[in-house]
Ligand binder design. Sequence first.
Ligand code: GBH
Length: 452
Amino acid sequence: MPATAHSFPPRFVWGVAAAAPQIEGAATTAGKGESVWDRLAKRPGAIHGGDTLEPACDHYRLFKKDFALMRELGVKNYRLSLAWPRIYPQGDGPLNRKGLDFYKRLFDAMGENGITPWVTMFHWDLPQALEDRGGWTARLAPEAFGRYADTIVSTFSGQVKNWITLNEIRCFTLLAHGPGKPGKAPARPVSAQLLNQTYHHAILAHGLGVRAVREHGGRGARVGLTDNSDICTPVFETPADIAAARAWFRRRNEHILGAISDGGYSAAYLRRCGADRPVVTKGDFDLISLPTDFLGLNIYAGTFVRAGRDGQPEELRPNATYPRADSPWLHWHPQCLYWGPRLAAEINGHKAIYITENGCGYDDDAPDARGEVLDLHRREFTRAYLRELQRGIADGAPVKGYFHWSFMDNFEWEDGYSRRFGLTHVDYKTQRRTPKLSAHYYSEIIRSNRIV
Ligand code: GBH
């Protein structure tokens, strides 16, 4: 197939993504400890419809079938996460060998199906025992994470070459401990100072994860963070609005992306924190700023920014008629895949970026009489976003791959099972999988390395 305006670069990585707590089920099987999400699911009103993480997609038992289906669809890269409480049920206490054995069988099955793993070490399922001792507000969390990272990287260095330290720091810090009614586990508001401390402990954990890969990952191992940076796009692609977007991006991401790439907090950030600034221990930033191989970005939506009358960046809020998915926060904003990677590369110097998640949540219908799920909305969403991604690559954005969220419908956190993000439909009663129209569409994109 000749290169056309719709093609992606040779060796572009196409994949699908999921995360352990959202698909595995088996929340207490083979010695697994309780996670903060298992605990939150017991709190009345915390999760839509009183849903819990059981049985989710029962992937713990059905993984071989799931990998066979991936293979049928031509999926060669799969981003998954390991459940920390399966491996260290108490977070930092005794090791549970059965947890490691499970993932060994999982990687073996992926290998048999020609699927390359991209492994996230932590996708929000903190062992509850650590939360009981302060969770991410305490230095204990990154310390325990470091030990867990050393264990998994040395155990799986032969099978795993692509490592992602953490998924979306904001979701287990700001959205779990921030002001108001936090929706994400452990849903425990803390003071402004402690909130800043959770960010610091998270980036420290990231550094310890990078160190684990450098020390134990073996030849060819690569590592990066997956961030849900605050993304914006200029309202008009004019120099003034682009400059406003750049300033907005820098400011909104300087406590995470900025701190990691600069090896310290900016004076502006510390000034804004005032007395609530995080406590930094000597040597922390040596770890935090260890060089990485790539940046992962999860991009769904973002904020429209323009140059305001006062010269400051001005945010424009979408009104009620602005198009969105059924997930109310998920405004259709394809240009985020153009500007997100571009701004991260320009401002923070990233040379290789993977879109580690992008997708849309709808209350998709069950298969029709012919057994099809005709999700034209997801086809259109994917196509529109990929067009912008491709425009960005053509303009020099260093994007090396794209992972669609998600391979199959799954437990969508506080939304329970109500919002479906899958390319594959899951009937939770029978555990039957039905690839949707969008799965076949994406399969064709992978096969031909171009937008079809
Ligand atoms: C990702 O999170 C997760 O990594 C993945 O596990 C998840 O299933 C997937 O996306 C789909 O949600 O305060 O009302 O504006 C995305 C997390 C969701 C975080 C929206 C911010 C804003 C809600 N983002 N949320 S609101």
